[in-house]
Ligand binder design. Sequence first.
Ligand code: AMP
Length: 282
Amino acid sequence: MIQVVHTIKEVREAVRQWRKEGLTVGLVPTMGYLHEGHKSLVDRAVKDNDRVVVSVFVNPMQFGPTEDLAQYPRDLAADTRLCEAAGAHLIFNPEPEEMYDEGFCSFVDMNGPTAELCGKSRPIHFRGVCTVVSKLFNIVMPDKAYFGQKDAQQLSVIRRMVKDLNFPIEIVPCPIVREADGLAKSSRNTYLNPQERQAALVLSRAVNLGRQCVENGERDTHKVVEAMKACIEQEPLARIDYVEAVDFQNIQKVDVVKGETLFAMAVYIGKTRLIDNFIVNI
Ligand code: AMP
Protein backbone atom coordinates (compact mmCIF):
# COMPACT_ATOMS: atom_id res chain seq x y z
CA MET A 1 0.00 0.00 0.00
CA ILE A 2 1.29 3.45 -0.87
CA GLN A 3 1.58 5.85 2.03
CA VAL A 4 0.26 9.42 1.67
CA VAL A 5 1.75 11.91 4.15
CA HIS A 6 1.38 15.65 4.61
CA THR A 7 4.21 16.58 6.99
CA ILE A 8 7.99 16.85 6.66
CA LYS A 9 8.37 14.84 9.85
CA GLU A 10 6.52 11.85 8.38
CA VAL A 11 8.67 11.89 5.22
CA ARG A 12 11.84 12.01 7.28
CA GLU A 13 10.66 9.09 9.45
CA ALA A 14 9.87 6.92 6.42
CA VAL A 15 13.19 7.73 4.73
CA ARG A 16 15.15 7.18 7.95
CA GLN A 17 13.65 3.68 8.22
CA TRP A 18 14.49 2.87 4.58
CA ARG A 19 18.04 4.10 5.01
CA LYS A 20 18.41 1.89 8.12
CA GLU A 21 17.51 -1.03 5.85
CA GLY A 22 20.16 0.08 3.34
CA LEU A 23 17.61 0.94 0.63
CA THR A 24 18.07 3.50 -2.16
CA VAL A 25 15.59 6.34 -2.61
CA GLY A 26 14.34 8.14 -5.73
CA LEU A 27 12.34 11.40 -5.78
CA VAL A 28 9.86 12.59 -8.41
CA PRO A 29 8.83 16.22 -7.74
CA THR A 30 5.44 17.16 -9.25
CA MET A 31 2.55 19.59 -8.90
CA GLY A 32 0.03 16.74 -9.15
CA TYR A 33 -2.88 16.10 -11.51
CA LEU A 34 -0.64 13.37 -12.78
CA HIS A 35 -0.69 12.02 -16.33
CA GLU A 36 1.36 9.63 -18.46
CA GLY A 37 4.24 12.13 -18.59
CA HIS A 38 4.58 12.09 -14.80
CA LYS A 39 4.03 8.33 -14.80
CA SER A 40 7.05 7.84 -17.08
CA LEU A 41 9.19 9.57 -14.43
CA VAL A 42 7.72 7.40 -11.65
CA ASP A 43 8.22 4.24 -13.75
CA ARG A 44 11.86 5.13 -14.31
CA ALA A 45 12.34 5.93 -10.61
CA VAL A 46 10.76 2.61 -9.58
CA LYS A 47 13.11 0.80 -11.96
CA ASP A 48 16.22 2.58 -10.59
CA ASN A 49 15.52 2.69 -6.82
CA ASP A 50 14.33 0.49 -3.93
CA ARG A 51 11.93 3.19 -2.70
CA VAL A 52 10.25 6.08 -4.55
CA VAL A 53 8.81 9.29 -3.14
CA VAL A 54 6.48 11.39 -5.32
CA SER A 55 5.92 14.92 -4.09
CA VAL A 56 2.59 16.48 -5.03
CA PHE A 57 2.72 20.18 -4.23
CA VAL A 58 1.35 23.14 -6.17
CA ASN A 59 4.13 25.49 -5.11
CA PRO A 60 2.72 29.03 -4.69
CA MET A 61 6.21 30.53 -4.81
CA GLN A 62 6.72 29.71 -8.50
CA PHE A 63 3.49 31.37 -9.68
CA GLY A 64 3.33 35.07 -10.58
CA PRO A 65 0.45 37.20 -9.22
CA THR A 66 -1.53 37.00 -12.49
CA GLU A 67 -0.90 33.30 -13.11
CA ASP A 68 -3.09 30.21 -12.64
CA LEU A 69 -2.27 29.18 -9.03
CA ALA A 70 -5.90 29.20 -7.84
CA GLN A 71 -7.30 27.31 -10.83
CA TYR A 72 -4.41 24.81 -11.17
CA PRO A 73 -6.13 21.36 -11.29
CA ARG A 74 -5.87 19.08 -8.26
CA ASP A 75 -6.95 15.44 -7.68
CA LEU A 76 -4.99 13.70 -4.94
CA ALA A 77 -7.14 10.54 -5.05
CA ALA A 78 -6.40 9.98 -8.76
CA ASP A 79 -2.72 10.87 -8.22
CA THR A 80 -2.54 8.30 -5.42
CA ARG A 81 -4.03 5.59 -7.66
CA LEU A 82 -1.55 6.38 -10.46
CA CYS A 83 1.45 6.35 -8.12
CA GLU A 84 0.33 3.15 -6.39
CA ALA A 85 -0.20 1.36 -9.73
CA ALA A 86 3.25 2.51 -10.86
CA GLY A 87 4.81 1.04 -7.70
CA ALA A 88 5.78 4.24 -5.83
CA HIS A 89 5.99 3.97 -2.04
CA LEU A 90 5.19 7.39 -0.61
CA ILE A 91 3.37 10.55 -1.67
CA PHE A 92 4.38 13.77 0.07
CA ASN A 93 1.49 16.23 -0.20
CA PRO A 94 2.19 19.18 2.09
CA GLU A 95 0.02 22.25 2.61
CA PRO A 96 1.78 25.52 1.66
CA GLU A 97 2.09 26.36 5.40
CA GLU A 98 4.06 23.14 5.98
CA MET A 99 6.62 24.23 3.38
CA TYR A 100 6.58 27.98 4.10
CA ASP A 101 5.87 28.78 7.72
CA GLU A 102 5.34 32.29 9.02
CA GLY A 103 8.55 34.24 8.70
CA PHE A 104 9.94 32.19 5.82
CA CYS A 105 12.55 34.37 4.10
CA SER A 106 15.33 32.23 2.57
CA PHE A 107 15.49 31.64 -1.17
CA VAL A 108 17.60 29.80 -3.71
CA ASP A 109 18.12 32.06 -6.70
CA MET A 110 20.20 31.85 -9.85
CA ASN A 111 21.60 34.15 -12.51
CA GLY A 112 22.36 33.12 -16.07
CA PRO A 113 20.27 30.10 -17.10
CA THR A 114 17.12 31.69 -15.65
CA ALA A 115 17.44 34.94 -17.62
CA GLU A 116 16.11 33.66 -20.96
CA LEU A 117 13.02 31.77 -22.18
CA CYS A 118 10.45 31.21 -19.39
CA GLY A 119 12.60 33.28 -17.01
CA LYS A 120 11.85 36.36 -19.12
CA SER A 121 8.08 36.00 -19.15
CA ARG A 122 7.90 34.53 -15.62
CA PRO A 123 10.47 36.60 -13.67
CA ILE A 124 10.02 34.97 -10.22
CA HIS A 125 9.30 31.46 -11.50
CA PHE A 126 12.73 29.85 -11.22
CA ARG A 127 13.46 31.34 -7.82
CA GLY A 128 10.33 29.51 -6.65
CA VAL A 129 11.34 26.30 -8.42
CA CYS A 130 14.93 26.32 -7.11
CA THR A 131 13.77 27.08 -3.58
CA VAL A 132 11.12 24.36 -3.45
CA VAL A 133 13.32 21.74 -5.15
CA SER A 134 16.15 22.51 -2.70
CA LYS A 135 13.73 22.08 0.18
CA LEU A 136 12.43 18.77 -1.26
CA PHE A 137 16.03 17.58 -1.70
CA ASN A 138 16.80 18.46 1.93
CA ILE A 139 13.60 16.82 3.20
CA VAL A 140 13.84 13.56 1.22
CA MET A 141 17.63 13.39 0.65
CA PRO A 142 17.18 11.06 -2.36
CA ASP A 143 19.95 9.32 -4.30
CA LYS A 144 18.33 10.31 -7.60
CA ALA A 145 15.70 12.81 -8.69
CA TYR A 146 13.69 12.67 -11.92
CA PHE A 147 12.83 15.63 -14.18
CA GLY A 148 11.08 15.76 -17.56
CA GLN A 149 12.62 17.27 -20.66
CA LYS A 150 9.15 18.77 -21.23
CA ASP A 151 10.42 21.54 -18.91
CA ALA A 152 13.86 21.66 -20.51
CA GLN A 153 14.95 24.96 -18.99
CA GLN A 154 13.92 23.73 -15.53
CA LEU A 155 15.98 20.55 -16.07
CA SER A 156 19.03 22.60 -17.05
CA VAL A 157 18.54 24.99 -14.11
CA ILE A 158 18.21 22.14 -11.59
CA ARG A 159 21.32 20.42 -12.96
CA ARG A 160 23.28 23.65 -12.55
CA MET A 161 21.90 24.21 -9.04
CA VAL A 162 22.86 20.68 -7.96
CA LYS A 163 26.37 21.26 -9.26
CA ASP A 164 26.72 24.74 -7.77
CA LEU A 165 25.33 23.84 -4.33
CA ASN A 166 26.88 20.33 -4.12
CA PHE A 167 23.68 18.37 -3.60
CA PRO A 168 24.82 14.71 -3.61
CA ILE A 169 21.93 13.79 -5.92
CA GLU A 170 21.92 12.43 -9.46
CA ILE A 171 19.51 14.27 -11.75
CA VAL A 172 17.90 11.87 -14.22
CA PRO A 173 16.39 13.47 -17.35
CA CYS A 174 13.30 11.82 -18.88
CA PRO A 175 11.98 12.27 -22.46
CA ILE A 176 8.78 14.16 -23.35
CA VAL A 177 5.63 12.02 -23.38
CA ARG A 178 3.05 13.10 -25.98
CA GLU A 179 -0.59 12.42 -26.81
CA ALA A 180 -1.14 10.19 -29.87
CA ASP A 181 -1.60 13.31 -32.04
CA GLY A 182 1.66 14.91 -30.84
CA LEU A 183 0.56 17.37 -28.13
CA ALA A 184 2.97 17.20 -25.18
CA LYS A 185 1.09 15.92 -22.13
CA SER A 186 0.50 18.62 -19.53
CA SER A 187 -1.81 19.14 -16.57
CA ARG A 188 -2.65 22.50 -18.19
CA ASN A 189 -4.11 20.79 -21.29
CA THR A 190 -7.32 20.44 -19.23
CA TYR A 191 -7.82 24.21 -19.63
CA LEU A 192 -8.29 23.82 -23.41
CA ASN A 193 -11.75 23.70 -24.99
CA PRO A 194 -12.14 21.34 -27.99
CA GLN A 195 -11.32 24.07 -30.52
CA GLU A 196 -8.22 25.14 -28.55
CA ARG A 197 -7.17 21.51 -28.08
CA GLN A 198 -7.06 21.20 -31.87
CA ALA A 199 -5.21 24.54 -32.24
CA ALA A 200 -2.63 23.41 -29.64
CA LEU A 201 -1.29 20.89 -32.15
CA VAL A 202 0.57 23.80 -33.71
CA LEU A 203 3.24 23.47 -30.98
CA SER A 204 4.23 19.91 -31.85
CA ARG A 205 3.91 20.75 -35.56
CA ALA A 206 6.46 23.55 -35.04
CA VAL A 207 8.71 21.16 -33.07
CA ASN A 208 8.61 18.63 -35.92
CA LEU A 209 9.25 21.32 -38.51
CA GLY A 210 12.21 22.76 -36.58
CA ARG A 211 13.73 19.34 -36.04
CA GLN A 212 13.29 18.59 -39.74
CA CYS A 213 15.07 21.84 -40.69
CA VAL A 214 18.09 20.85 -38.56
CA GLU A 215 18.03 17.28 -39.88
CA ASN A 216 18.03 18.73 -43.40
CA GLY A 217 21.28 20.52 -42.59
CA GLU A 218 20.19 24.00 -41.47
CA ARG A 219 22.68 25.32 -38.88
CA ASP A 220 21.52 28.95 -38.63
CA THR A 221 19.30 28.93 -35.50
CA HIS A 222 17.53 32.13 -36.63
CA LYS A 223 16.34 30.44 -39.83
CA VAL A 224 15.03 27.45 -37.87
CA VAL A 225 13.27 29.74 -35.37
CA GLU A 226 11.75 31.83 -38.18
CA ALA A 227 10.35 28.70 -39.82
CA MET A 228 8.86 27.58 -36.49
CA LYS A 229 7.35 31.02 -35.85
CA ALA A 230 5.82 31.14 -39.34
CA CYS A 231 4.24 27.75 -38.70
CA ILE A 232 2.73 28.89 -35.36
CA GLU A 233 1.48 32.19 -36.83
CA GLN A 234 -0.72 30.25 -39.24
CA GLU A 235 -2.91 29.22 -36.29
CA PRO A 236 -5.35 32.06 -35.45
CA LEU A 237 -5.86 30.94 -31.81
CA ALA A 238 -2.09 30.89 -31.12
CA ARG A 239 -0.06 33.82 -29.75
CA ILE A 240 3.69 33.38 -29.45
CA ASP A 241 5.31 34.23 -26.11
CA TYR A 242 8.75 33.14 -27.34
CA VAL A 243 10.50 30.77 -29.73
CA GLU A 244 14.26 30.68 -29.11
CA ALA A 245 17.39 28.62 -29.64
CA VAL A 246 19.81 28.33 -26.70
CA ASP A 247 22.73 26.23 -25.55
CA PHE A 248 21.09 23.52 -23.41
CA GLN A 249 23.91 23.64 -20.83
CA ASN A 250 23.75 27.34 -19.94
CA ILE A 251 20.49 28.53 -21.62
CA GLN A 252 22.26 31.36 -23.46
CA LYS A 253 21.14 32.30 -26.98
CA VAL A 254 23.10 30.78 -29.85
CA ASP A 255 23.31 31.72 -33.53
CA VAL A 256 24.61 28.38 -34.76
CA VAL A 257 23.38 24.84 -34.06
CA LYS A 258 26.35 23.26 -32.31
CA GLY A 259 26.63 20.86 -29.37
CA GLU A 260 23.43 20.40 -27.36
CA THR A 261 21.06 23.04 -28.75
CA LEU A 262 17.63 23.55 -27.22
CA PHE A 263 14.82 24.97 -29.38
CA ALA A 264 12.14 26.01 -26.91
CA MET A 265 8.80 27.77 -27.20
CA ALA A 266 5.96 29.10 -25.12
CA VAL A 267 2.70 29.76 -26.94
CA TYR A 268 -0.66 31.00 -25.69
CA ILE A 269 -3.61 29.05 -27.03
CA GLY A 270 -6.45 31.33 -26.01
CA LYS A 271 -5.63 32.09 -22.36
CA THR A 272 -3.59 28.91 -21.79
CA ARG A 273 0.19 29.13 -21.97
CA LEU A 274 1.75 25.92 -23.27
CA ILE A 275 5.43 24.98 -23.72
CA ASP A 276 7.21 22.52 -25.98
CA ASN A 277 10.76 21.99 -27.21
CA PHE A 278 13.31 19.73 -28.84
CA ILE A 279 17.02 19.25 -28.28
CA VAL A 280 19.52 18.42 -31.01
CA ASN A 281 23.10 17.34 -30.44
CA ILE A 282 25.38 18.12 -33.37
P1 AMP B 1 4.70 19.40 -13.14
O1 AMP B 1 3.71 18.62 -12.33
O2 AMP B 1 4.13 20.02 -14.36
O3 AMP B 1 5.50 20.36 -12.28
O4 AMP B 1 5.75 18.35 -13.69
C1 AMP B 1 6.47 17.50 -12.83
C2 AMP B 1 7.55 16.80 -13.60
O5 AMP B 1 6.97 16.01 -14.63
C3 AMP B 1 8.53 17.77 -14.28
O6 AMP B 1 9.85 17.27 -14.18
C4 AMP B 1 8.05 17.77 -15.70
O7 AMP B 1 9.06 18.08 -16.64
C5 AMP B 1 7.58 16.34 -15.86
N1 AMP B 1 6.62 16.26 -16.97
C6 AMP B 1 5.47 16.95 -17.11
N2 AMP B 1 4.88 16.67 -18.30
C7 AMP B 1 5.69 15.79 -18.92
C8 AMP B 1 5.64 15.13 -20.18
N3 AMP B 1 4.65 15.32 -21.05
N4 AMP B 1 6.65 14.28 -20.49
C9 AMP B 1 7.68 14.08 -19.64
N5 AMP B 1 7.78 14.68 -18.43
C10 AMP B 1 6.80 15.52 -18.07
